[in-house]
Design a protein around this ligand. Structure first.
Ligand SMILES: O=c1[nH]c(=O)n([C@H]2C[C@H](O)[C@@H](COP(=O)(O)O)O2)cc1CO
Ligand SMILES: [Zn+2]
Length: 159
């Protein structure tokens, strides 16, 4: 008798893998973020990555990080989490968000209001920023759990 294979990926690895794969679509030269929303039946209900709004030309708006605010990417870029929420279908109540970077305070608000109850994140590179502090404060108040993604798996895709 042949048993099942054992080196399959976990649910968390699967969904975080999709978030990371989605980030590969980002045109941001500095930080690429992907997000994947999964409902309580483990069905993917939304994916997204950071990019400019539909109809706004990736080659015309700036990707700079510094300078006059209007000449940087910050006023224009739509965050991965927000895109995943806006692209989603169905009810997000009780859903889990897998995201490559811990959410900023603006996304935290959208996450809470959409009914998402759990956030699994990979990078926390802006952990000490005021934005991250505000996100944690709101998540704590609103009862949204957040946890760092832990895995020692390496997933390679070769086409
Ligand atoms: O939660 C987030 N989600 C998200 O999509 N982003 C995007 C916005 C920008 O395109 C990029 C951050 O750029 P930078 O690391 O160069 O400041 O990541 C940034 C955050 C957190 O700052
Ligand atoms: Zn954000």
């Amino acid at each position: 008798m042949t048993g099942k294979r054992n080196d399959y990926i976990s649910w968390d690895e699967y969904f975080m893998g999709i978030a990371v794969l989605s980030s590969k679509r980002s045109k941001d030269p500095n930080t690429q973020v992907g997000a994947c929303i999964v409902n309580d039946q483990k069905i993917i209900v939304g994916v997204g990555y950071n990019g400019f709004p539909i109809g706004c030309d990736d080659d015309k708006l700036p990707w700079d990080r510094e300078g006059d605010w209007c000449d940087t990417k910050y006023p224009y870029v739509c965050h991965a989490e927000l895109n995943a929420i806006l692209n989603s279908h169905g009810n997000l109540h009780g859903a889990t968000l897998y995201v490559a970077l811990f959410p900023c305070n603006e996304c935290a608000k959208a996450i809470i209001q959409s009914g998402i109850k759990r956030v699994v994140y990979l990078s926390d590179k802006y952990r000490d920023s005021d934005s991250s502090k505000a996100s944690r404060r709101m998540f704590d108040d609103a009862g949204v759990r957040y946890e760092h993604f832990e895995s020692d798996k390496e997933i390679v895709i070769k086409f």
